[in-house]
Ligand binder design. Structure first.
Ligand SMILES: [Zn+2]
Length: 433
């Protein structure tokens, strides 16, 4: 049989690959002709259509492979790999270069922090001087993401690959290491003397949405009791949430997360995360626009073809058809690129690595690195986990979670701040990612 491909260049751009494809097709008894001149108005046209559709699918799959390969090449050439450009850098001619003014601020932040200046003081000073982060005052989350970003030490990681040729180093390695250690120690959980409230900053009240803070009291026997307690309880309106003993809640959360990680099929979970990511990518506005235009173009082509079937075939229908086909091809490429791009943001390997790493972490690290947010009710706890190690540096939290594990845990709680009878309380703990 013979088949037509609307335009050879949509079929393959590269001469070598084109030859390969021709060969494969020939081996399979398909003759390739370049084709606008040959629009079939026979039942064969139906077969042709499905063939072309198959070709397109093949072409898209091949394209996303190419994009992956291209991205790897981009990285090994030391070109900007995409994503958000870190504060302190700009992209010029595909290369990441140092933005001198911002780099000075970055270095100042690291040096101050290494010298023991607390993060909030550094931020206050910067904000007081009117120094902005991408036009906004420095926020706590931005600040802490910055001081642990290896890019400032000249290191860019992609899965297992380490690149030192992409981000020029702003912060000397020794300073970076000091800061990293300090940040790991200080950021997660505020210290009260020697007491670390591990869940603080991540814990929210399920009833009023406020931060759940810490509190302590001394029991009759003179023992200090520490609690997590909703900040809304002290307001006029009050809040129905009950305080929970610090150690108990921390243990409960850590146990639930560890159990979830042990009992969940991590590979299936990673697939689920990717699937979710794909859905979101498909929802993205750029993709929506492209897809809408693609559908409209396809419809226009269909209408024209129908007109052709009815014998209306003039130079202008032909021209219009060519235009539409060209646009359709262009859109297909753009859509495939857009999809490939969004899928490349995280790989299954990265997710698996992150999940396996979480399994090995100490309780405190587990909370720091794996848990994003905890919502506390009196008989229910929602734990929101991170699907990858690093979040978008600009805090784009647009992802949707799904629950992947549920467990009921019964513990003896002591609801009275100053000691009292313990009572049994069952919590339904749900893990989200
Ligand atoms: Zn509350």
């Amino acid at each position: 049989m013979k088949t037509a491909v609307y335009k050879l260049d949509r079929f393959s751009r590269d001469k070598y690959e084109s030859a390969m494809h021709r060969h494969t097709l020939k081996m399979n008894g398909v003759k390739l002709v370049s084709a606008m001149e040959n629009i079939p108005d026979t039942p064969e046209g139906i077969i042709l259509e499905s063939l072309l559709e198959g070709m397109n699918q093949y072409y898209s799959a091949e394209l996303s492979q190419k994009v992956t390969r291209g991205m790897r090449e981009t990285r090994s050439k030391g070109n900007f790999p995409g994503g958000t450009v870190m504060y302190g850098y700009r992209v010029v001619d595909k290369k990441v270069v140092i933005h001198e003014d911002e780099a000075k601020i970055v270095l100042r932040i690291f040096t101050d922090y290494a010298n023991g200046k607390p993060g909030n003081v550094i931020m206050d000073e910067l904000n007081a001087e009117g120094i902005l982060y991408h036009g906004r005052p420095f926020a706590t989350s931005t600040f802490y993401r910055m001081i642990v970003s290896e890019k400032y030490a000249g290191i860019f990681r992609h899965g297992d690959e380490v690149y030192t040729n992409i981000y020029p180093q702003i912060v000397p390695t020794e300073i970076f290491e000091i800061v990293r250690q300090k940040a790991e120690k200080n950021h997660y959980g505020k210290h009260h003397g020697d007491i670390c409230y591990m869940l603080k900053n991540k814990l929210y009240c399920g009833y009023c949405g406020r931060h759940v803070g810490s509190g302590s009291g001394t029991s009759k026997s003179g023992k200090v009791m520490r609690y997590y307690r909703c900040n809304g309880r002290s307001t006029k309106a009050g809040c129905e949430s009950l305080p929970v003993r610090k150690e108990l809640l921390e243990e409960l959360v850590v146990n639930a997360v560890q159990e979830a990680l042990q009992k969940t099929d991590l590979e299936a979970l990673a697939d689920g995360i990717l699937e979710q990511g794909k859905k979101i990518a498909e929802d993205s506005s750029v993709l929506n626009l492209l897809t809408t235009e693609y559908e409209e173009t396809t419809r226009a082509i269909d209408n024209l073809l129908r007109a052709v079937e009815q014998g209306i075939f003039t130079q202008s229908t032909k021209d219009r058809l060519e235009q539409l086909e060209a646009r359709k091809t262009e859109l297909e490429t753009k859509i495939a690129c857009e999809k490939a791009r969004s899928m490349l943001v995280i790989s299954k390997e990265q997710i698996m690595e992150h999940l396996h790493a979480a399994l090995k972490r100490s309780p405190k690290q587990l909370i720091s690195y794996f848990i994003r947010k905890i919502v506390l009710f009196n008989d229910h706890i929602d734990i929101y986990c991170k699907s990858i190690e690093n979040h978008d540096p600009d805090g784009n939290d647009s992802h949707r979670e799904f629950s992947f594990y549920e467990v009921k845990m019964t513990v003896e709680v002591d609801r009275h701040t100053f000691g009292g009878e313990a009572e049994k309380q069952t919590y339904a703990v749900v893990l989200w990612i």
